[in-house]
Design a protein around this ligand. Structure first.
Ligand code: ADP
Ligand code: MG
Length: 586
């Protein structure tokens, strides 16, 4: 860039400053609607009516029956950083309203023709204010209006041509509008919503309090197919509550269009949460397919920072790890429950109110959880980790943990094998083995013969979910591995793969051969080879094993872990020395 001549500094005019701020909050008509709906909900509305013209480019009007705005505050509401919702930094930490930044109305007003009418319970009439260049020159006049607020936004971006150019067709913008309305309707069952587009009614959702009414709303918004096969979820532990609906195992979608996550009533799109849900679906939904869910997480507002992003889509948790773990584990238990306990009529919509998980259901899940592992469950209290807390590892092979009964020794290699085998089984039950792309492709030297072998079996490998290409005469690049083997080191897997392929006919790749091949790889490969052996990784392993046991799918075979109770330790210490005589103190 060419250096410019010395320019003097001046404060930006108010409207321009608001237009700049609008760049962050107001992206398209749907983002205007989102802010207006949040304001109506914050105002305690029981009925919200939305009118849209031309995909929202011509008109967005939101009318509510909430508390209204005091006449003297009307113009102030259009001022930047004017809010009734927080007053101190401490309020921000505990914020429970959807809005708090005081930016939405002035930002919207700066890029549209905005009119605000409101009437409080104390007013005899409504008052109207039309946004001008500055909030100080906005004037109020009386108009008739029932208690509540109406915000009318016309000609969005009329004065910012660059922004206007980014708007898509009426149809596309309207689809985004509908999305926003759906999210709000899933966030607030107690509120009635109606949506009209070009004077035609497209949604009329009455307030929903009973189970039946709520499931009717879910069916209306998410479709009957989802509502039919959704499992109701209700978990609670250590100040965290998770409730809502998830598609049963076997229900998945080609695109991620049915994934709603609400944190304390706020719709968020958060990577940590998305990952936790995804993680729970490992082996249940093949990679490439998407799970469907409407989930509600509730926790102490002080445990979550919502002021991470101007549009408040992302959140930050104080204890991200335990939130992730709690969500992942809860969903896993819910997903695996019906496959073991048989058909479960009560586990389907119509079901629990999404806001507060009913204790009966939480108990229900606990009972199911315990039924799978009576030996552990009789001793471990609900919510406790049966395999305990990780202490350390011995020789990058055994994980040592402590639980209420003493020490637990886990053979991590066997554990990994068991988990991989179970995932493989689940993937096969789902009809397909998915591929898991690697974050970083790995170049692996296998020797010319090894590379030849892999090349010969290219078709088989692809069907198994391996993404392998030869990049030199003796080297291959691995970009993806079968989803059930996720977590294994690419190098160890390739080596095991070459060994397993020896003697396999490259033309015969029936499903049985494929299955046998994968089982062979699982047997041959040390799946912990790529492990960091840090505490988080080991902890995750134990939790995976617990989930596996809880699922009742762990099958029989070599022992994976053993409990050393205090008595066992005492006996062992008092017992004879090792046979070769070199252990213990004599
Ligand atoms: P924020 O929601 O972050 O406080 P806004 O610019 O969205 O900021 O709104 C400014 C203020 O106007 C709010 O704090 C609230 O007091 C008032 N307000 C806006 N919309 C409504 C509404 N529909 N009903 C009642 N009050 C409203
Ligand atoms: Mg707001």
């Amino acid at each position: 860039m060419k250096p410019q001549g010395l320019a003097r500094i001046h404060a930006l005019p108010e409207r321009l400053a608001n237009q700049i701020a609008a760049g962050e909050v107001v992206e398209r008509p749907a983002s205007v609607l989102k802010e207006l709906l949040e304001n109506s909900i914050d105002a305690g509305a029981a009925h919200i009516r939305v009118d849209i013209e031309h995909g929202g480019t011509r008109l967005i009007r939101v009318r509510d029956d909430g508390v209204g705005i005091h006449r003297d505050d009307l113009a102030l509401a259009l001022n930047r950083h004017a809010t009734s919702k927080i007053a101190t930094l401490d309020d921000l930490i505990h914020v429970e309203s959807l809005g708090f930044r005081g930016e939405a109305l002035p930002s919207i007003a700066s890029v549209s023709r905005l009119e605000l009418i409101s009437c409080t319970a104390d007013d005899d009439s409504g008052w109207k204010v039309v946004a001008g260049d500055s909030w100080t020159d906005a004037s109020t006049e009386p108009v008739s209006h029932p208690k509540g607020t109406t915000v009318t936004v016309r000609d969005l971006f009329y004065n910012t041509p660059a922004r206007r150019k980014f708007m898509r067709t009426e149809k596309t913008e309207y689809r985004h509008i509908e999305d926003v309305l759906k999210r709000a309707a899933l966030a607030r069952f107690d509120c009635a919503f109606s949506l009209r587009h070009n004077a035609r009614q497209s949604y009329a959702l009455p307030g929903a309090s009973s189970d039946t009414e709520q499931s009717r709303r879910v069916a209306r918004i998410c479709g009957g197919a989802f509502a039919q096969c959704a499992l109701v979820l209700g978990f609670e532990a250590e100040g965290l509550k998770l409730s809502g609906w998830i598609g049963e195992p076997g229900y998945s979608r080609g695109v991620a269009d049915l994934q709603y996550f609400f944190v304390n009533g706020r719709m968020v799109r958060d990577n940590l949460l998305r990952h936790a849900v995804r993680h729970a679906h490992d082996g249940v939904v093949e990679s490439g397919r998407q799970p469907a869910y409407v989930l509600y997480l509730e926790l102490d507002p002080a445990q979550v920072d919502v002021n991470v992003h101007p549009s408040k889509h992302e959140v930050r948790f104080r204890d991200a790890r335990s939130v992730h773990d709690f969500i992942s584990r809860s969903i896993r238990v819910a997903l695996l429950k019906p496959s073991v306990s048989g058909a479960d009529a009560s586990g389907r919509v119509p079901g629990a109110p999404p806001f507060r998980p009913r204790p009966a259901e939480v108990r229900d899940h606990m009972v199911a959880y315990q039924a799978f592992h009576p030996a552990v469950a009789t001793r471990a209290a609900p919510g406790e980790k049966p395999l305990g807390e990780v202490l350390d590892h011995v020789d990058r092979h055994y994980v040592i943990a402590r639980n209420a009964n003493g020490l637990v020794v886990v053979d991590a290699r066997r554990g990994c094998r068991r988990i991989a085998a179970e995932r493989l089984g689940a993937a096969l039950a789902g009809g397909r083995i998915g591929a898991r792309p690697l974050l970083v492709p790995a170049a692996i030297a296998l020797g010319a013969q090894g590379a030849d072998t892999l090349e010969e079996h290219a078709v088989t490998l692809e069907r198994l979910g391996f993404d392998v290409r030869r990049i030199a005469h003796d080297t291959v690049s691995c970009r993806g591995i079968p989803a059930p083997l996720a977590g294994g080191s690419a190098e160890a897997l390739m080596t095991a793969l070459v060994a397993a392929l020896a003697g396999v006919d490259s033309r015969g790749s029936s499903s049985d051969t494929l299955l046998a091949l994968l089982e062979d790889i699982i047997e041959r490969c040390d799946l912990t080879a790529g492990w960091s052996w840090d505490r988080a990784a080991m902890d995750e392993h134990l939790r995976d094993l617990e989930r596996l046991e809880a699922s009742g799918r762990c099958g029989v075979g070599e022992r994976v872990w053993r409990q050393l109770e205090v008595d066992d330790i005492a006996q062992w210490l008092a017992g004879p020395d090792r046979l070769d005589g070199d252990g213990g103190v004599t």
